[in-house]
Design a protein. Structure first.
Length: 626
């Protein structure tokens, strides 16, 4: 059989990794079987593809094929045909297959060894490779090493170190190029320098590179799949367009710059991963336990925006984090479900575990669902800091996770269903530190949630500070009814009686029963008092000085009096200028005399219960000395 081998590069000399090479019958176009060795071992044992060879990390490929004349086809890693070289003769021995530019490959022996520089320069161009092995390891400035004859970088400049001129070939045609990190050239930079750089989705080795074209899907997917785990893949400033889910099946960093300068637009008619709950994912970071495969745990995303094109069907989520993900300076806009979804747990169709994810300085706006959602029993212990959610049709921040998350300085504005929501039927202990919201309903939080120093809550001039809203003690447990803020009493009643407090310039208001009276603690009736009022009637008045601890306080004001004793009958029920004679009273009711005088009485006491106009009896008591 014929042994074909060569290196596949682009016009810049960059090695093309993972490219597919196959052989076809020039007449019928049928794929010709190729083999891994001369013994007929199928090439699929090496490439895992039937009758297709793959280029390695250096762009090299190798296969055996029965003698004959064939067409040689080259494909991108995702199977897109990019070039076919017709009528290639594979007739005897072995040789490099036609190279990337369609020229015949070198036909001479591989690893021909030369012990002098003169012999090396006199070597034929047909060798597959050249080994320079001078006595002592060096001759002049040229050290021992392996060279290949190359033409793609012509014209060359011979330096006697990495580039050697052959006697029979002008540098405008080709030269021997050292095969080492400092000898292989990439777009004007040697490989050693190139390896210090981060790969970019614009690199030509990734299906030609993303260019901000009508469809950058192949380039971006190849960049995500064709780089090793832990790579930092760069997103240069541009607007890119894709029509498939971008899925990170290995932990990588994907880095842009300022999120306004890098945008990925997802096509309205694209094909996106189905999550099994009626929604799909545009950008997916999967967990190893996810049925769809992949392991994106500890992926880092930074500095770019994703948008969904107008006209897309409902149910397409933006970012979906099914594994621990660290997101910074991202934005998700115009998706037909949630913008950001931390979405994982055995209770979900997509399993996974995204506990411990973090989102910092991210933005979600104009999404049909919520801006940020935490869904599932393994979407807990996440940190959300400095994020903004605005103009979404769901909630700003939606927490239907099991145990809760931590929010620090997040803002929710103009979201249709509300600002912040957490589950009340799970042990969800979400803590919100200094959240900001201006539009109602501001917060609908489960009984175990905690809010510290909320800001805004209706208008900038009402910004709060120094307040803690938490659970309240009851017996040996700590609990509270779900805390809800409402802008007015009617909205509070719509939420259900007894579930809402209204905090405004009038004070603290609460309506405990549907259709019942309104309780208010207020300080606006009289500048000297804090009043407890029921339906406009004063129940109790405390002097402000008493509350502040001033011992020269004015006496409390109880306009309805008070009762005492086990039978709750006796007590001071009012004051009068004369003996009262109307109303129903119990025995023991006392009125104080508002106009006492020497020889007069201190007040009056009811001695016979009943209507004072008929059967009730009131007698004076307490003679005042002369």
């Amino acid at each position: 059989m014929f042994h074909a081998f060569d290196v596949v590069t682009n016009t810049k000399g960059d090695s093309l990794v993972g490219y597919q090479v196959l052989v076809r019958d020039p007449t019928t176009g049928a794929v010709i079987p190729i083999f891994a060795d001369d013994n007929g071992t199928p090439i699929g044992t090496v490439s895992n593809l039937i009758n297709i060879a793959l280029t390695d990390n250096a762009g090299n490929y190798s296969f055996f094929v029965p003698f004959g004349t064939y067409n040689l086809e080259f494909r991108t890693p995702d199977g897109v045909s990019v070039r076919t070289i017709n009528s290639v003769p594979f007739n005897s021995g072995s040789q490099g297959a036609p190279g990337r530019d369609g020229l015949d490959g070198n036909t001479g022996p591989a690893n021909s060894t030369y012990t002098s520089l003169a012999a090396l320069k006199a070597a034929p161009v047909t060798n597959a490779s050249y080994i320079f092995a001078p006595p002592g390891g060096t001759e002049g400035s040229t050290t021992a090493g392996t060279f290949l004859y190359q033409t793609a970088g012509a014209p060359y400049t011979a330096d006697g170190v990495n580039i050697i001129k052959l006697d029979a070939v002008p540098l405008t045609t080709g030269a021997l190029v050292r095969q080492s990190a400092t000898g292989v050239n990439f777009d004007g930079r040697d490989a050693g320098s190139k390896l210090l750089e981060s790969p970019s989705i614009t690199d030509a080795r990734f299906s030609g590179g993303a260019k901000g074209s009508a469809n950058d899907t192949p380039a971006i997917l190849t960049a995500l799949s064709g780089t090793v785990a832990g790579s930092d893949v760069k997103l240069p400033p541009n607007t890119y367009r894709v029509n498939r889910t971008l899925r990170l099946n290995e932990a990588k960093a994907l880095s842009g710059g300022a999120r306004e300068s890098v945008t990925i637009i997802f096509a309205a008619d694209g094909v996106y991963d189905d999550l099994g709950d009626g929604t799909k994912a545009a950008f997916m970071v999967p967990h190893i336990t996810n049925p769809g495969g992949g392991d994106g745990r500890r992926t880092v995303l930074n500095g770019f925006t994703i948008k969904l094109e107008a006209g897309a069907p409902t149910g397409i989520r933006g970012f979906v984090f099914n594994a621990p993900t660290y997101a910074y300076e991202l934005a998700a806009e115009s998706f037909t479900s949630d913008g950001f979804s931390v979405y994982a747990g055995a209770d979900q169709t997509v399993k996974g575990n995204a506990n411990g994810s973090s989102l910092v300085n991210c933005s979600a706006r104009l999404n049909t669902g919520s801006g940020f959602s935490f869904i599932g029993n393994d979407a807990n212990a996440c940190i959300v800091m400095g994020c903004r959610s605005s103009d979404n049709r769901g909630y700003g921040f939606f927490g239907n996770d099991l145990l809760g998350n931590g929010g620090f300085g997040n803002e929710a504005d103009n979201n249709t269903l509300g600002g912040f929501w957490t589950s009340d039927d799970k042990p969800n202990r979400t803590a919100l530190y200094s959240p900001y919201t201006e539009t109602a309903p501001h917060m609908i939080l489960g009984r175990l949630s905690l809010v510290i120093q909320p800001q805004g809550l209706g208008a900038p001039e009402r910004a709060w500070g120094g307040h803690v809203i938490a659970s309240t003690p009851s017996r040996d447990l700590y609990h509270s009814v779900g805390l809800r803020f409402a802008p007015d009493i009617q909205t509070a009643q719509d939420m259900g009686p007894g579930t809402a407090l209204r905090l405004n310039d009038d004070g603290l208001e609460w309506r405990p029963h549907a259709g019942g009276g309104l309780f208010r603690i207020a300080a606006d009736y009289n500048p000297n008092y804090v009043d407890i009022v029921y339906e406009g009637n004063f129940l109790f008045r405390l002097a402000k000085q008493a509350i502040t601890g001033n011992f020269n306080a004015k006496t409390p004001y109880l306009p309805g009096g008070f009762v005492t004793g086990d039978n709750v009958r006796s007590g001071i029920v009012g004051a009068s200028m004369s003996a009262p004679n109307t109303g129903m009273y119990d025995r023991g009711a006392i009125w104080l005399n508002e106009s006492p005088s020497p020889g007069g009485n201190v007040g009056w006491v009811c001695t016979v219960a009943g209507d004072l106009a008929t059967v009730g009896v009131v007698k004076p008591f307490g003679t005042i000395g002369a």
